[in-house]
Every structure is written in C-alpha cells, then in structure tokens.
Design a protein around this ligand. Structure first.
Ligand SMILES: Nc1ncnc2c1ncn2[C@@H]1O[C@H](COP(=O)(O)OP(=O)(O)OP(=O)(O)O)[C@@H](O)[C@H]1O
Ligand SMILES: [Mg+2]
Length: 193
C-alpha cells in the first residue's frame, strides 16, 4: 500500500469546511497528528473548532495564538491544539511537542498544530490540512473593486467564503484515514481533481 495520499477538496462555504472537519473528527484514531497550514485567516482555527465540537468538546475552542498550547479533555479523545505563529522555528524544540504524541507524559489523543511549517522537524507520519482561498479571476475581483475602491486584493480574499482544502496523508495509518474519509463521507465533498 502506498504511504502517501493527497486529496484536494473544495469547500464552497463555511458550512462545508465545518462538515469536512466534523467528518474527520468522527474517524480519527488515537495518536493522530494533524499539521495545519495556510495563510492568516484561511480557516485553521475554524477547522479545529468544528473538529473539536464533533469530537465531543463542549468548551469553546479558542485560537491558541497567545496560549501556544490548549488542552481539551472532555471529548472522545484528548485534543492538544497548538499554534506556532508567534514562534521562530528555533524556539519550537523548547515546547517539547513530542510529549503530546509519545503517550508517556500526556494521555494520547489528537495533536493539531497550526503554522506547522515552523516545526524544525516534522513527525514521520501525519495528516496535513492545507487551507487556501481559490485563485480568483480578475473578473471576480473587478466586481468587488467596483463596489468599494478601498478594498485591496488580500482583503477580498479574506472576505470570500470558499476554500480549497488540501489533505495530505503521510504514512499508512493516515492514508487509511483519508481513504475512510472519502468512502464514509455523508456529504458529497467536491473533489477538485
Ligand atoms: N469556507 C470557510 N472555511 C473556513 N473559514 C471560513 C470559511 N469562510 C469564511 N471563513 C472565515 O474565515 C475566518 C478564518 O479565521 P481563522 O481564525 O479560522 O483562521 P486561521 O487560519 O486560524 O488564522 P491564523 O493564522 O490567524 O490563526 C473566520 O472568520 C471564518 O468564519
Ligand atoms: Mg488560527
């Protein structure tokens, strides 16, 4: 069996992103590592809020940008939600993130890392979730710009509510997880390719 699998999903709105995250939360096994990537405001925290809710966490999941690591223990599995945005890669080792997936210092659960691109070394197996705003044609942008001269292109991207969600499984367990996500989806997730 292949050790890597990549699927591109199109979420036409916020509900669609939340549905994908919730579907994933139903099937993740203990010990799962999720690496979240994507620009500011692309939806990493939003994805994890829906994921956590579907995991059975009733506490509101906040952005860990300032707390760095938030732990939620009332769901089906413990959730460790991490945000590396404010750190330099050289500062990351002192967080000892491996304690969250080693299963000795903390009960094993799901580790989700926003701004995972700052990890100096990435785990050998993981699910990567990469959120982005689909490229707009000039025509679309012109419609917005004609409505408000002050809007710049980044702002228009931030206002839009559709997203490309690229899922990359690295390692056998994660490839199986992605295959299961595709086959058990109640929603008919729009695949881009
Ligand atoms: N389809 C969508 N998927 C995800 N978020 C969406 C979607 N449509 C609109 N949004 C909005 O985009 C914003 C995403 O913000 P969020 O804090 O989740 O981003 P982030 O990637 O975590 O940013 P940061 O890098 O600052 O942590 C939210 O306000 C959310 O409601
Ligand atoms: Mg965030």
């Amino acid at each position: 069996m292949t050790e890597t699998l990549k699927i591109d999903l199109y979420a036409k709105n916020l509900d669609a992103t939340q549905a994908i995250a919730a579907q994933l939360a139903q099937i993740v096994p203990i010990g799962t590592i999720i690496l979240l990537e994507g620009n500011l405001g692309s939806g990493k925290t939003t994805f994890m809020q829906a994921f956590g809710y579907a995991l059975g966490i009733s506490t509101t999941i906040a952005s860990p940008t300032f707390t760095l690591i938030d732990e939620y223990t009332e769901g089906r599995l413990p959730l460790y939600h991490i945000d590396l945005y404010r750190l330099e890669p050289s500062q990351v080792p002192s967080l000892h993130l491996e304690e969250y997936w080693r299963g000795e210092d903390f009960p094993l659960g799901v580790v989700a890392i926003e701004w995972a691109s700052k990890l100096p070394t990435i785990p050998s197996q993981y699910l990567k979730v990469n959120l982005s705003t689909p490229a707009r044609s000039f025509c679309d942008k012109d419609i917005y710009l004609s409505q408000a001269d002050a809007l710049d292109e980044d702002f228009i991207d931030a206002l839009s509510s559709d997203r490309l969600i690229q899922l990359i499984a690295q390692g056998k367990t994660y490839v199986e997880l992605l295959n299961q996500l595709q086959s058990t989806s109640q929603e008919d997730f729009a695949k881009v390719n």
